[in-house]
Design a protein around this ligand. Sequence first.
Ligand code: ATP
Length: 276
Amino acid sequence: MATEEEIDRSCPAGPSELTLDGSVPVVEITNLQTRFGKTVIHNDLNLTIEDGEIMSIVGGSGTGKTVLLRQMLGLEHPTQGCVRIFGEDITQAKPAQLQLLRNHWGMLFQEGALYSALTVFENIAQPMRELRVLPDALVRDAVLLKMNMVGLGPEHANKMPSDLSGGMVKRVALARALALEPKLLFLDEPTAGLDPDRSESFVSLIKSLHRELGLTVVMVTHDLDTLFALSTRIAVLAEKHVIAVGPTRDVINVDHPFIKEFFLGDRGKRALEALQ
Ligand SMILES: Nc1ncnc2c1ncn2[C@@H]1O[C@H](COP(=O)(O)OP(=O)(O)OP(=O)(O)O)[C@@H](O)[C@H]1O
């Protein structure tokens, strides 16, 4: 195991401060390596995500998609390499800088991850309350606005998560992810567990919010319909790094066994036909 002194998490030269005007990539991952003990998960992984993209990350089971997402969120650090978010080197960010960055992104976890003891209203209000600067009246208006944005009427505000359908849980979780009006939204399997109709309407909702709010979206998904309907580009993880990145049509034509199996099997063909 490398000692803390030997670990090279250096970023390439360049400005390393919070830049929200779109003049630097929203996410820039350079020469990233991740090791757990002797097992190398990522090696020489590079990925750049520009302002306004919907970048989907796909790969076989265990290729390190979740770990990569957690590294972008600053929840884990790579063994080597650089992860910049809005220009800021997240692997070196101090807790206060990290907190500032967190206010500019939202995360939708796979299961929604709502607080089961809090109402819909309080779940969505929670990121605003953590800031401790917003008066109650403003929080109330902002929560109702976010509920409206995701298609939830005010009559749902006092419901508990256990009273909600799977689709509504996702909508509440999305409203909470958008609570602080982030520029960057992370989605982990956003349509997992939804039936095809609910999945389709959730995809439409993400699409319209992406357009209206000018969001950059980073998504991990196995669902081909979701992938094809939303992605502006797709990054494929295999052999420990990004083996292909580009618009859907370019990526599916790359000659690689995983790509052929994933995109051009029966499910992939059906999803592509539906898209066309
Ligand atoms: N903290 C950890 N300690 C040791 N190994 C870990 C740790 N976190 C993840 N791993 C391993 O790293 C690999 C990548 O995990 P990860 O969850 O990122 O895969 P994934 O691509 O998201 O897979 P899936 O599509 O099945 O969810 C797996 O082999 C996992 O067991």
